[in-house]
Design a protein around this ligand. Structure first.
Ligand SMILES: [Fe+2]
Length: 632
């Protein structure tokens, strides 16, 4: 990576200014619909979300289906899937609708995020109170939007989101249940009375459970979803999803040929795999309860439109997100419309040359290959609300929150540190250039989303790192004896990759010095529990009680878990026959889907369970105990 730039490029600063600071409207005041529309239009015009120095030359609406390349399909190609909206419309042909509702924690409150296909004509509003029958408080928020492709005017009203509403309800009591309702506006149906529960105050010693999941798409995740919703019904306080949220960028399953070891592929007009050379894993049966689909037994049942995949996934996971707070972290699949091309480079031909069912001599996907609204984490920035601003971090990218005895830290493992997996334009510059040429860029180029004050090669230059220093220094261990960090990217695994070195170089020493107890991650699509590890991957054998019980060792080691087994169209990761399981790995499950449940028992003990999606119960358990508190 080249470049020793001093400050974040203006193209990225513009991205930030669209969201942070938030629109300077008085959130407590209703404004006339016309005035709000003007405000939104002005915001959108004043602050482009992405760099558009070079023209987008692909199809107006990319559709990942050669059989039926129309936006709404005619039934001959890949099916368009349907998930119920968050609010059931009161009329048969609604003109607008609340399709997605998501809760997330704020300090002393809750953010209620909801999505509609069209604007509300007024500020979004939440009516709330402490009893279901008396919602006598009104809090207003703000609306943001982006030029999605295709626009919701071309998609079914109850299956599309283009206007994103965030209402911050603060000044609430901790650990308290409140009731709320979203009033109808501009054609939407008034929601039922729903409820949320605020976080336990830091220092509250009440035991609790929460769900941790990573790499959860729509395909292959039915079992995980079933057991996750069951866990929510049984009382997990919230869910924490550490990146790769929908796999929307695998929209091209009807374009890429099945000639590689990549399960996201197209097989002509048939729903069966062709005879010939394809990986043997394609013949593996799905876990019980999973639904086979086109594109091969392991993949396929998702939309062939990038944005509709987001809509589909959000409406599906809505059974969780409107019941408990759903905290998210960015993953690589949130960055752009694609990560790389397939055999014969059909995506390059399609997105760069607007040629359907064609090949290109070389793969040349650049930052400008995706439609503008499908670059630079745009979708991720609009479709969620995380408490970055409220906790000294940045938007949905890095933040922290307390819940009872735990301080949770969300680290962005994708951008904003040296050699990050998705890299900024600065890394593409050559010589005295101030802006890369089109061909110097890469399709996933993104960020930085915070400032970079100094050399791009030094982690200390990054706002994210400086924030992490401060956040860790401010932890009061007498209130939150447990500190748990998560990023999408692991630091260590039996599957070695160069990004692990860069994540370690950026964050490991800081986390160890500050006595962080656990480092959670995903990205690799399996469940892997490592032995307690110190710097350089040294196994801390003094902290091992037995296979399923570790001790913390402040300043010396952490527990690392790779939790990427929720299920998605890309299916499982697995080691090749000649790849050994490393000695740092205690447990490796390459077969089963699921999520994990963390139960904080008290100030000195917590339990971690891998909940299998096939109904077989617990796939792995770890008890983590505070050093010096127990005798063995
Ligand atoms: Fe990933």
């Amino acid at each position: 990576m080249a470049g020793e730039a001093v400050l974040a490029g203006p193209w990225q600063s513009l991205t930030q200014s669209f969201f942070w600071p938030k629109p300077s409207v008085d959130m407590k005041t209703r404004v006339a619909g016309a005035a709000l529309c003007c405000l939104l239009a002005a915001l959108a015009e004043a602050a482009p979300v992405v760099d558009t120095t070079y023209a987008y030359t692909g199809p107006a609406i990319p559709v990942g289906d050669w059989v039926d390349p129309t936006v709404n399909g005619n039934g001959k190609g890949f099916p368009r899937l349907v998930e119920p909206p968050a609010v059931a419309p009161s009329t048969k042909n609604p003109t607008n609708n609340v399709n997605v509702i998501q809760l997330s924690y704020l300090p002393n409150g809750i953010n209620i995020h909801y999505q509609t296909p069209f604007g509300l004509g007024e500020l979004p509003t939440i009516m709330w109170g402490t009893t279901a029958g008396k919602l006598d408080n009104a809090t207003h928020g703000y609306t943001h939007t982006y030029d999605r492709t295709p626009p919701c005017s071309l998609v079914a009203v109850t299956q599309c989101s283009q206007f994103f509403h965030d209402v911050q309800v603060t000044g609430l009591k901790p650990g308290t249940t409140y009731y709320y309702q979203i009033p109808g506006a501009n054609g939407t149906t008034t929601s039922p009375v729903m409820k949320f529960t605020t976080a336990l105050a830091a220092g509250d010693e009440t035991p609790f459970s929460m769900a941790v999941l990573n790499d959860m798409g729509y395909t292959n995740a039915a079992g995980t979803f079933q057991h996750l919703t069951q866990a929510v019904d049984e009382g997990v306080a919230f869910a924490w999803h550490g990146g790769d949220l929908s796999y929307a960028d695998d929209w091209y399953s009807g374009i890429l040929p099945c000639e590689s070891d990549w399960p996201v592929c197209y097989n002509g007009t048939s729903t069966q795999l062709p005879p010939g050379d394809f990986p043997s894993a394609y013949n593996d049966p799905l876990p019980e309860g999973e639904v086979p689909n086109q594109g091969g037994p392991l993949g396929g049942d998702m939309s062939v439109l990038y944005e509709s995949n987001w809509d589909l996934w959000q409406q599906w996971i809505g059974k969780v997100t409107n019941k408990v707070p759903y905290m998210v972290i960015p993953g690589n699949h949130e960055a752009a419309c694609a990560e790389f091309d397939g055999p014969g480079n059909p995506l390059t031909a399609y997105l760069d040359g607007d040629q359907s069912n064609a090949t290109a001599a070389n793969s040349s996907l650049t930052y400008y290959s995706c439609p503008p609204s499908q670059r630079n984490f745009t979708t991720y920035q609009h479709r969620f609300y995380m408490p970055g601003d409220e906790t000294g971090g940045v938007g949905n990218f890095w933040y922290s929150f307390d819940y009872g005895m735990v301080h949770f830290i969300a680290i962005n493992g994708e951008t904003d540190f040296p050699n990050s997996p998705e890299y900024p334009f600065e890394a593409d510059l050559k010589g005295n250039e101030t802006h890369p040429t089109e061909s110097q860029t890469y399709v996933t180029d993104s960020g930085p989303f915070g400032a970079v004050n100094g050399s791009y090669s030094k982690v200390q230059s990054y706002q994210q790192y400086q924030w992490l220093v401060k956040d860790l220094a401010n932890v009061d261990r007498s209130k939150t004896p447990w500190v748990i960090a998560m990023s999408h990217r692991p630091m260590y695994s039996s599957e070695t990759s160069s990004y692990q070195t860069y994540v370690r170089n950026a964050f490991e020493a800081l986390l160890l010095e500050n006595n962080v107890d656990m480092y959670l991650s995903g990205h690799i699509h399996w469940y892997e529990r490592l032995w307690p590890l110190g710097a350089n991957g040294t196994i801390d054998s003094t902290s091992i009680v037995n296979n399923n019980t570790y001790l913390t060792n402040p300043g010396k080691s952490m527990t690392h878990i790779i939790n990427g087994m929720a299920g998605n169209i890309e299916s499982h990761s697995f080691l090749d026959a000649d790849e050994p399981i490393k000695n740092i790995t205690n447990v490796l499950d390459q077969e089963h889907y699921g999520f994990s449940k963390l139960t904080v028992l008290n100030a000195t003990a917590l339990k971690w369970d891998f909940i299998r999606g096939d109904g077989a119960g617990i796939g792995d358990s770890l008890t983590l105990l505070k050093k010096g508190c127990y005798n063995f």
